[in-house]
Write a protein that binds this ligand. Structure first.
Ligand code: ZN
Length: 177
């Protein structure tokens, strides 16, 4: 049975720690955590969640892109657990795009990210996967891997002028896209 986990918020020191590698992916506790994270991110209308956000400092995150009220234009992707992930290469193009975070409710920021990245991660069955991601999925991956290193999106902003409230984002920015 999966259970909903509570999401910790900015100010909690766990969000600023470097998370530890997962040594045994088949461990029952890790498999349960993956199930719980998948349920929790869906419940919160998120497109990704990292394990430290539920107070478990492991190098695990879920990418679960799909259109929802917080991200109406998100592409559809099966919720995927990525364990001990790494960015192994990236193209030079950097694009700015709006991000929010379940641990920083109420604001959005315009964050520069690599448009295209090549990554490696272990799936929940312990198989090594190599993938190339672009645009929104690439953005989610970079946002989530930052969480494993104690970094949050506001650290990446070029200017405080690139912060808006969630309400302004919903009312003004989304409706102009
Ligand atoms: Zn986040």
């Amino acid at each position: 049975m999966s259970q909903l986990l509570s999401v910790i918020q900015l100010g909690n020191p766990i969000l600023r720690q470097k998370a530890k590698e997962v040594e045994n992916i088949q461990d029952e506790k890790i498999q349960q955590l993956v199930d719980d994270l998948i349920l929790t991110v869906a419940d919160a209308n998120g497109v990704g969640i990292a394990s430290p956000q539920v107070g478990e400092s492991y190098r695990i995150f879920i990418v679960a892109s799909r259109p929802n009220p917080r991200y109406p234009n998100a592409p559809e992707m099966e919720p995927t657990a990525m364990i001990n992930p790494r960015i192994i290469a990236h193209k030079s193009e950097i694009v700015k795009g709006w991000e929010g975070c379940l641990s920083i409710p109420g604001i959005r920021g315009l964050v520069p990210r690599y448009q295209t990245i090549k990554v490696e991660y272990f799936d929940r069955n312990g198989q090594l996967q190599t993938r190339q991601f672009t645009d929104f999925i690439s953005r989610i991956f970079q946002h989530e891997i930052d969480h494993l290193n104690g970094v949050v999106f506001v650290d990446r902003l070029e200017s405080t002028l690139d912060i808006v409230t969630e309400q302004e984002y919903q009312n003004r920015i989304l409706s102009n896209n």
